[in-house]
Design a protein around this ligand. Structure first.
Ligand code: FES
Length: 574
């Protein structure tokens, strides 16, 4: 016998107390909605991160229409609502400052309104974790639809990848290997269709993470935004959310510890962004799942790289889709993954991916003949990172993964910009560049400035990588021997704050060690003389953020947003 569908939450608004239901229905009828739409149909909120200031999500109005089509088709009633959108390439000082704000926007928009389930339309980097964090804290049936990657960039007959080639071209421009005309011609060649960055940057990583967690339909992560199958996927998601409401299938049933472990392992195999760490930790914090920074190293650092995408490899998301996409990766890892976890379609990873063929082994390598043997994210610790720091070895120069060098210190991002290209800067390629003030409280917002530029004179001499250490993040499209997320950050007096020019630093990735060669006595003396930086803002959201944001090793969520409040609101406005 089939399970009885749960009582609809929306009935409380539209079919409850006569006076308040009159008010709710009457004002909704302003939109031309007939009576039968309120007659016990599941109400599906479509949380739209569309904005013309978020170019990667600028096609989402059309995508929302496809979701609506699917919701109507399955007998539901769709209601689209906007939330603050985070445009990665545009916003200042960094979208990460606003991830938690958007999560609150989403959470309270869902809780306050008559929704029985939610579809999250996401694409550009932070639009995915922010909306998911809010939805998890409500725990209504939820399905994620990502907007898909751009088509491959094409420049002078060659594929170019968003982000990754920006860093390369800008170094070439600085080294005099590219003219400014060629540099600007590459802009349009890189972004030639709708969609998010098509490298395995943070947006693609987030799309894969969502599929790995089981929160989107299987095979959806890699479909290009411009491919008609992306629209079909959105319509099917509209169908499916109505069924999920009837089945009462909620994120709390999908987002188990096993699901999070799957996401960590799959991220290693796809060569995903280091940004996954702070986002997955924040999601786990909302879901009440015990995942720590060490889990990334424990289960994700010894895995092989299977997906040959920039920045770790040479292909792009369009190629990944044509090769078979994430279901192929899941099949390759099936002896390691928890294949029996449930996903939004009610089936397991094992069911969803069984027999998926791979169409291009140069793009997705088999497990026993990987592109690199051991990748993932390594967690390094020592007196310079007591609570940990991370590095992505697959994006680093192998010879620099064990390195000892003299610190060249920049006190903040302005100091870096002012001095990095100074011909008199006392630096050589064996030095370690150190940037302070880039962490959650210090920037504020933990900006993607950790892959700081090479000094101009070294670029001209042909140097393309150096060890760099900061408490900031790095774009998922970037590469280099870059130690990130150093915790505790410098702005709250982490050891990073005490590093001085000329100190020796040892990085030993194999030994998981990051050590400042300064005695404990000297560090104590420096600490006693240290004064915290002046606050950036004394009012508004930024003040609340700085007062409450947690450190990188905890996921950078606000302390009071951990966990969930559910979706029940008993009091009425009238
Ligand atoms: Fe939006 Fe890269 S800038 S996904």
């Amino acid at each position: 016998m089939s399970k009885k569908s749960p009582e609809l939450r929306s009935k409380d608004w539209f079919g409850g107390d006569p006076k308040t239901s009159f008010i709710h229905r009457s004002w909704m009828k302003i939109e031309g909605i007939p009576d039968h739409e309120f007659n016990g149909k599941p109400v599906v909120g479509i949380c739209n991160t569309w904005s013309e200031l978020t170019p990667c999500n600028a096609h989402f109005r059309e995508l929302a229409e496809m979701v609506k089509r699917g919701v109507y088709e399955a007998g539901g009633f769709p209601v689209e609502f906007p939330v603050m959108s985070l445009g990665e390439p545009i916003m200042r000082p960094t979208t990460m400052l606003f991830r938690n704000l958007v999560s609150m926007d989403v959470e309270e928009s869902i809780r306050a309104n008559p929704m029985d389930g939610v579809v999250l339309l996401v694409g550009c980097d932070k639009t995915t974790p922010s909306t998911m964090m809010g939805a998890i804290s409500c725990d209504l049936p939820t399905i994620v639809v990502s907007g898909g990657p751009m088509l491959n960039g094409k420049f002078r007959g060659q594929d170019i990848g968003s982000g990754t080639d920006v860093w390369r071209f800008s170094e070439d421009l600085r080294a005099g290997k590219m003219t400014s005309e060629e540099f600007s011609a590459a802009e349009a060649c890189m972004s030639r269709s709708a969609g998010h960055c098509m490298t395995m940057g943070t947006a693609s990583t987030m799309a894969c993470m969502v599929e790995a967690l089981g929160m989107t339909l299987s095979g959806g992560a890699a479909i290009p935004a411009a491919d008609s199958r992306r629209k079909a996927l959105a319509q099917i998601a509209g169908n499916r959310i109505v069924e999920m409401i009837r089945e009462d299938l909620r994120p709390s049933q999908i987002l188990t510890k096993q699901a999070f472990e799957n996401a960590i392992m799959i991220n290693a195999a796809v060569g995903g962004s280091t940004n996954l760490v702070v986002h997955l930790l924040a999601l786990a914090g909302r879901a009440g799942i015990d995942i720590t920074l060490d889990d990334f190293d424990r289960i994700g650092s010894k895995l092989p790289l299977l997906v040959n995408l920039m920045p770790s490899g040479k292909y792009l998301m369009e190629d990944f889709y044509y090769a078979g996409g994430l279901p192929v990766v899941i099949q390759e890892l099936k002896h390691l993954l928890h294949m029996d976890v449930i996903t939004v379609n009610g089936r397991t990873h094992a069911d969803n991916t069984a027999g998926t063929p791979c169409y291009n082994r140069d793009v997705i390598a088999p497990f026993d003949a990987p592109i690199q043997k051991e990748v993932g994210i390594a967690v390094v610790r020592g007196n310079l990172a007591v609570d940990g720091a991370i590095i992505k070895p697959s994006a680093a120069t192998p010879a620099l993964l064990q390195h000892r060098g003299r610190a060249v210190v920049f006190e903040d991002i302005e100091d870096l910009h002012a001095r990095i290209d100074d011909p008199d800067l006392d630096v050589d390629e064996s030095c370690v560049l150190v940037l302070k003030g880039a962490g959650p409280k210090g920037y504020p917002g933990m900006a993607e400035v950790g892959n700081m530029p090479m000094p101009q004179k070294l670029v001209e001499a042909g140097v393309r990588d150096m060890v760099r250490i900061s408490d900031g993040r790095m774009s998922g499209t970037a590469y280099g021997t870059v130690v990130l997320h150093t915790s505790p950050e410098s702005a709250i007096g982490g050891t990073l704050a005490l590093v001085q020019n000329g100190d020796m630093i040892e990085l030993d990735v194999a030994g998981r060690r990051l050590h400042l060669e300064v005695s404990d006595e000297e560090l104590a003396r420096r600490r006693a003389a240290w004064t915290p930086p002046a606050p950036h803002d004394t009012r508004g959201y930024v003040k609340m953020y700085v007062d409450h944001v947690q450190q990188a090793h905890l996921g950078v969520d606000l302390d009071f947003l951990q966990g969930k409040s559910g979706a029940i609101v008993t009091r009425e406005a009238h």
